[in-house]
Design a binder for this molecule. Structure first.
Ligand SMILES: NC(=O)c1ccc[n+]([C@@H]2O[C@H](COP(=O)([O-])OP(=O)(O)OC[C@H]3O[C@@H](n4cnc5c(N)ncnc54)[C@H](OP(=O)(O)O)[C@@H]3O)[C@@H](O)[C@H]2O)c1
Length: 253
């Protein structure tokens, strides 16, 4: 069997009804995993689960808001009860607010940190209980190149993503002895709904493409290979890392 095979593995991906989460879940399913999609909208999840099943892939859904700690913990326990194990957690759901510093409200700051940083920690905490029993697990956070290179107006987002990369390192240090790796994937600019306001600005779209080595924005499916690598046996000796997938944006002057 290929070291990239996910056959027999169960993966929970948060924020997987569209965009990067759905793309990573699809790649894991294509590699053989049973993927459990999460989001807040049941109809959207049902549609994507059906689409995956029609392709002969194994999929399920759990509906919850990641900011709701109790719901997240219950969902992880329910996945293990139903499918027998939890091998992979991709804590991917994330959100942003764009505003100049003087317009930022404390409530927006708290909401973004709650979804982008607090929730991944608390989900990882619960997942690690099950993964320790298995002596096997993969935890992956979706960070962002903006957590490496700052960007105006998205202050809570940038700080949450930089925090997540640090969290991957601290969790990796604690969980490695239990066969659990913890890494983050930092995407560059991808064509998703989150970026709709940016994609509507042709000048910005061209500026990003022009300073990216491969001269274009990323397509969500192009994140899948990195997710499979980190989630499979192929990535067993990689932990505490942040892998940048940005078409060379951060390495091009
Ligand atoms: N797109 C990019 O270029 C880019 C670059 C760097 C990093 N990222 C990161 O990649 C991740 C995914 O972004 P995306 O571009 O794929 O975004 P997206 O297209 O807006 O999709 C976000 C997904 O998360 C779900 N979601 C949002 N808030 C949630 C919550 N509180 N609880 C549960 N699910 C929630 C959404 O479904 P519902 O709304 O139905 O719940 C949806 O499935 C985010 O963490 C983002 O910061 C994206």
């Amino acid at each position: 069997m290929s070291e990239f095979s996910m056959t027999g593995r169960v993966a929970l991906v948060t924020g997987a009804s569209r965009g990067l989460g759905l793309a990573m879940a699809t790649s894991l399913a294509q590699a053989g995993a049973l993927v459990v999609l999460n989001g807040r909208n049941k109809d959207a999840l049902d549609k994507q689960v059906s689409a995956l099943e029609q392709r002969g892939l194994k999929a399920d859904r759990v509906v919850f808001d990641v900011a709701d700690v109790a719901a997240g913990h219950a969902a992880i326990d329910a996945v293990v009860a139903k499918h027998g194990r939890l091998d992979v957690l991709i804590a991917n759901a994330g959100t942003t607010v764009r505003a100049p510093i003087e317009d930022w409200k404390a409530s927006d700051w708290d909401a973004i940190q709650g979804t982008n940083l607090r929730a991944p920690f608390l989900l990882a905490q619960r997942a690690s209980i099950h993964m320790k029993k298995q002596q096997h697990g993969r935890i992956i956070f979706t960070t962002s190149i903006t957590g490496i290179q700052g960007r105006a107006t998205i202050h809570a987002y940038v700080s949450s993503k930089a925090g997540l990369a640090g969290l991957a390192r601290s969790l990796s240090a604690e969980l490695g002895e239990h066969g659990i790796t913890v890494n983050s994937i930092a995407p560059g600019y991808f064509e998703t709904e989150l970026n709709a306001p940016l994609l509507a600005d042709k000048t910005f779209v061209d500026r990003i493409a022009g300073r990216t080595a491969v001269r274009r924005w990323g397509k969500p499916a192009e994140l899948g290979g990195t997710a499979v690598f980190l989630a499979s046996d192929a990535g067993a000796y990689v932990t505490g890392q942040q892998i940048v997938v940005d078409g060379g944006l951060t390495t091009t002057l």
